[in-house]
Design a protein around this ligand. Structure first.
Ligand code: ZN
Length: 203
């Protein structure tokens, strides 16, 4: 499986990091080894002093395809959840300054948390999916799919022009504003609407 991620897909988040609003999706990937396995501990990585959470809506691909047309895109994902795109922000800023690739900051082991999937059929309006994220019980990120610059269908179509999509792949669709640091001992929890879909402690 592949973990495909979208950067800068919410205007307010692009602005908070001082980035331009993109005119086409910003895409990067994480390897399978980035996935946090169920019930395994999450340790603060040794190589960073600024570990950020980015809570995002995550789609699950249910059909193989490439060069997918936007109007057919809804047939290619059947479930959604919330997840965390963990980012070593200090390392990312250094790499960005030098114009180097982001992998060390974004694709390291355990940099992808994925919550429990919810079937797409139980979502009333996919252009209005609210989600939120708490740190130690305090709400630090709130998002809604209606604020995405590129919709799910635009993303699926765009990504499939470059990378074949395969059953089981997942797409992190970008983070809203409010990203911030986590520390050892923090309790992180992600919600789709009122439902808690993951809980994670930083060890
Ligand atoms: Zn992200």
């Amino acid at each position: 499986m592949k973990i495909i991620c979208v950067g800068r897909n919410y205007i307010d988040h692009a602005k908070e990091l001082g980035n331009d609003v993109p005119d086409e999706p910003v895409i990067f990937m994480k390897p399978k080894s980035a996935l946090i396995q169920p019930n395994s501990p999450f340790y603060y990585p040794e190589f960073t002093n600024e570990l950020h959470y980015e809570c995002e809506l995550v789609l699950r691909i249910c059909k193989n395809g490439r060069y997918i047309q936007q109007r057919h895109a809804p047939n290619y994902y059947n479930a959604i959840t919330v997840g965390i795109d963990f980012t070593a922000r200090d390392i990312q800023q250094e790499l960005k300054k030098k114009g180097l690739p982001w992998e060390k900051a974004k694709a390291f082991d355990n940099s992808a948390m994925i919550g429990k999937f919810v079937e797409m059929t139980s979502i009333a309006d996919k252009k209005n999916i609210g989600f939120s994220f708490t740190k130690n019980g305090e709400e630090v990120q709130v998002g809604n799919s209606k604020d995405m610059i590129f919709s799910f269908d635009v993303l699926v179509a765009h990504i499939s022009n470059y990378f074949s999509l395969n059953i089981g792949d997942v797409i992190f669709t970008g983070t809203p504003a409010g990203v911030g640091e986590c520390s050892v001992g923090d309790e992180l929890e992600g919600f789709l609407g009122p439902d808690s879909l993951f809980k994670l402690e930083v060890k």
